[in-house]
Every structure is written in C-alpha cells, then in structure tokens.
Design a protein around this ligand. Structure first.
Ligand SMILES: [Mn+2]
Length: 269
C-alpha cells in the first residue's frame, strides 16, 4: 500500500459544559468543567494536532447559559484548526437542540457540527481525512450510531464519530444507543471516536479498525467536588504513513501520558 499522509487528531467527549448552569452557587463546578475543556484545547495546541473530534455530550443540556455557548465557541476558535462535533444524547440535534440557540459557526468558523439525521461525511479543510458520523436526535428509540454505515470515502484516512454504549458480546442488553463490535468491524474505518462513557477505554472493533472512548476531560462527580478518579485525559490519535493508528492518552492536568499498549481496554476482548 502507498504511504499515507501522516495526520494527528485529538479526540475528546462528554465535556458536559453548562451542567451546573442552573444550580445556585455552582460557579466553581461550572468553572471546573470549563477549565477541563480549556485544558483539552491547550493539549491540542501543545501536541500540534491537525484536527479535533468531539464525540458528543459536549454541552450538558439545551438550557445552558448563552455565556457557556460563547465560551465554547471562543475556545474552539482559539484552537483554530478543524473541529467536528458528533452530537450525543445530551446535545442532540433536531427540535429543541442546544445547537440552535446561537450561531456557533459564526463565532468559530473552524467548527463543523454533524446535523444530518441520516449521517454525513465531513472532509476536514486541507487534510486527507473524512469523518463520518450520525447525530443523536432524541427521536429514534433504538438509535444505533454505526448501523448501516456507508462504505469508505475517497480520502486516504477514514474516521467515524459516534455516541453510545459499546455492547460487550456477552452483555445483557440493558443499555440504549447500542454500538456493536460488528458495526465497528464492518465500518472499515481507520479510527472510530466514541463518546458516552466517561472513562477512557479502548474497545474491540475487529482486525482493521481501532475504536476507543476518550473519556471525559473532567468527570461530573469531580466537578461537583468529589475526588477525581476518572477522566482527566484526551486521546491523541496518530494516523501514520504505514497505515497504522496509534493512540496516546494525554493528561489534561497532573499525570503521565498513557501509551497505546497500556490504554485501558474492555476486559475479556
Ligand atoms: Mn451520553
């Protein structure tokens, strides 16, 4: 296979900006969530990534303060390179969407929000990568983000983004928004950026596809004052000339980088 252009992406999810906007005296908790996202932007700039994937639940709900929306847009604009949001259950598109409150794209022209209910493919400006995703709409009871994905597109690198529960092949089906191993394997994507779980976890996705949850930059429990035990990382995704994909968990505060081989992975797979 011909050498592919080297690319580096950053993957985050479940930021839940504005989760405390309607609580009284929650300023510190709100600031902690915002600081978590600023740390993601700082990491993206420091690591020299070419683009960013935000795999849903970026905003906590559709009633967040306008200042929270403006903060998010300003931070995305500060990064300045392409950013794709694949909306999750907390920040769904369609009727009542948080993304219809203000024109985020006017404030952050480098932002693309996946809005097509059927799924859409986004070509990142100037980069040999296409990102396919299907957003939550809150209108499909058995929503499954990767079911019936279209085949790979033309760009050298093909990535997907989606929000839901990866279902262990032996699990009881008590969750919503199923992501199945066979969907990921059939996707034939080089990388699938997942959101919904707050803990960084690589999952099994067949021989060809790498898929992982980035985890939240700052867990909601941590923001509310409890000790932080999860999250605290974003994933740097290196798409390499030989066609391989390597992940690195980069710390957003204290802590060490976690190399590909040491990333938490779903047990038994
Ligand atoms: Mn979610």
């Amino acid at each position: 296979m011909a050498a592919r252009p080297r690319l580096r992406l950053l993957h985050t999810s479940d930021v839940h900006l504005g989760a405390h906007d309607s609580s009284r005296g929650a300023t510190d908790a709100s600031r902690a969530l915002e600081a978590g996202f600023s740390a993601v932007i700082d990491a993206a700039i420091r690591e020299g990534v070419d683009g960013m994937l935000i795999a849903g639940d970026f905003f906590d709900n559709a009633r967040v303060r306008v200042e929270t929306l403006e903060f998010a847009a300003a931070e995305i604009a500060r990064f300045g390179r392409p950013v794709v949001i694949g909306p999750g259950n907390h920040d769904h598109v369609g009727p009542g969407s948080v993304y219809d409150r203000i024109d985020l794209i006017a404030l952050a022209p480098n932002l693309h929000i996946i809005r097509d209910h059927a799924g859409e493919s986004v070509a990142l400006d100037g980069l040999e990568v296409e990102v396919w995703g299907r957003p939550h709409t809150e209108q499909v009871p058995d929503f499954s983000p990767f079911q019936g994905m279209p085949p790979r597109g033309d760009a050298a690198w093909q990535v997907a983004i989606g929000h839901g529960h990866f279902i262990h092949p032996r699990a009881l089906l008590h969750h919503s928004f199923h992501i199945r191993r066979e969907h990921l394997a059939a996707s034939e994507r080089d990388y699938v950026a997942l959101g919904h779980w707050e803990v960084m976890t690589r999952v099994a996705a067949g021989d060809r596809t790498i898929a992982a949850y980035s985890g939240a930059p700052e867990g909601l429990s941590a923001a509310a004052g409890a000790p932080s035990t999860v999250g605290g990382h974003a994933l740097v995704v290196d798409l390499r000339e030989d066609g391989s994909v390597r992940l690195t968990g980069v710390p957003l505060g204290e802590g060490e980088a976690i190399p590909h081989e040491a990333l938490p992975h779903l047990e038994g797979l």
